[in-house]
Design a protein around this ligand. Structure first.
Ligand SMILES: Cc1ncc(COP(=O)(O)O)c(C=O)c1O
Length: 386
């Protein structure tokens, strides 16, 4: 039997694109990486220095399951400094990436069979983690009209009981954001119906027009998930955090002790310094902003003129229905014929994703410029090429 569990877990197509791109690179052909959602810059200098110091001075052993107290305190202080919100360190849970945070959240907040609403398009691991826990991911089709984000009106179209709503603002793959008033309306909708509100705030800090609102500004009942991976450029350090309602801490601690023992110790000692020099991160965001401007001005000239309003994160979600109805084939050919690696929308939206492609602009401006040059002469982007 090839799948004794019977669980249906979809492959992550972005990783397949990455594999093909790497093979192409190994064969000596150029690749312009726009498929991965990972900053091209290393971790903050102070974090790297703190990691080196910790190797000499700390025992890199197990830590408290909820994280080391100075890091929990530093994260709580970040809410004061960055958002003007007071959060008690006792509500902060340090996790193994935000990915570890999703697992803890879903196990602590939901009974078996619970139904949790996710925007489609959205980050694919939400639905795959939910289904691996025998929880039910309820996809909510979201279109350009609502900025690809859920609204109370859209939620009201869903049938049956609902137990939770998970939103991401800015979102992956669209970069679109939920404004403060809209966020408040979604939180109210959930509170009135006994649904757990979960806010994935991993792209906070990477915003181009207005700063993002944390759900903690509006309620203490939300579960807020964040990470050092994106804004702090620490993907491989596998460190994230959650802020949870006080009443959930005890249960989450027990689950965390059993699943993870503790988050990575070296990363925790180092991450205390992450908040010390926000200017370094802001400089990275300026590079993303330049890349974004470049793409927003050049992509429409080559026919990609239906782009989600990427107010945050480092992605552009392009409607490619003028050129294809098979985004996987489109991206495969784009890589083979131009060297530009991008991710088919099917990863993010199993129903409508075949008409969309996600371009990541987290890399260098030189990469983006070169990719645009390649795409300018790609025959498959000529109108009527389909
Ligand atoms: C929206 C979103 N949430 C969570 C994650 C997971 O990040 P990590 O586990 O590195 O914190 C990602 C990664 O791309 C993401 O895009």
């Amino acid at each position: 039997m090839t799948n004794p569990s019977g669980r249906e877990i979809s492959p992550f197509i972005a990783m397949e694109v990455l594999k093909a791109a790497n093979q192409r690179e190994q064969a000596g052909d150029p690749v312009f990486h726009m498929e991965v959602g990972q900053p091209g810059t290393p971790a903050p200098k102070k974090v790297i220095a703190a990691a080196k110091a910790a190797l000499d001075t700390q025992q890199i052993g197990y830590t408290d399951a909820l994280g080391i107290p100075p890091l929990r305190a530093a994260i709580a202080r970040h809410y004061h400094d960055f958002y003007g919100v007071e959060v008690s360190p006792s509500r902060v849970v340090v996790t193994t990436g935000s990915s570890g945070g999703f697992l803890l959240t879903f196990l602590a907040a939901f009974k078996k069979g619970a139904r949790i609403v996710l925007a489609e398009p959205g980050y694919p691991a939400y639905r795959n983690i939910l289904s691996s826990l025998d929880l039910d991911a309820v996809g909510l089709p979201c279109h350009a009209e609502t900025n690809f984000q859920p609204t109370p009106e859209l939620l009201a179209t869903l049938d049956g009981p609902l137990d939770g709503l998970l939103v991401a603002s800015p979102s992956n793959p669209t970069g679109t954001m939920i404004k403060r008033g809209e966020l408040a309306a979604l939180i109210d909708y959930c509170r009135d119906r006994g649904m757990q509100f979960i806010s994935d705030e991993i792209y906070h800090g990477i915003c181009y027009n207005e700063p993002a609102t944390t759900a903690l500004k509006l309620t203490d009942d939300a579960i807020v998930i964040n990470s050092f991976s994106k804004f702090f450029c620490m993907t491989g350090w596998r460190l994230g955090w959650m802020v949870v309602p006080e009443k959930m801490i005890g249960l989450i601690e027990k689950i965390a002790q059993n699943l993870f023992i503790s988050p990575p110790a070296l990363s925790q000692y180092a991450a205390i310094a992450a908040f010390d020099d926000m200017a370094e991160m802001d400089a990275n965001v300026k590079v993303y902003a330049r890349n974004r401007e470049l793409l927003l001005s050049e992509l429409p000239k080559i026919g990609l003129d239906r782009l989600a309003s990427a107010d945050g994160a480092f992605y552009l979600y392009a409607d490619v229905r003028d050129f294809t109805n098979d985004a996987v084939d489109f991206c495969t050919r784009m890589l083979a014929e131009t060297g530009v690696a991008a991710t088919p929308g099917l990863d993010f939206d199993p129903h409508r994703g075949n008409g969309y492609v996600r371009f990541s602009f987290a890399g260098s401006t030189a990469t983006i410029e070169a990719a645009i040059e390649q795409l300018k002469s790609w025959p498959s982007l000529k109108k009527g090429s389909r």
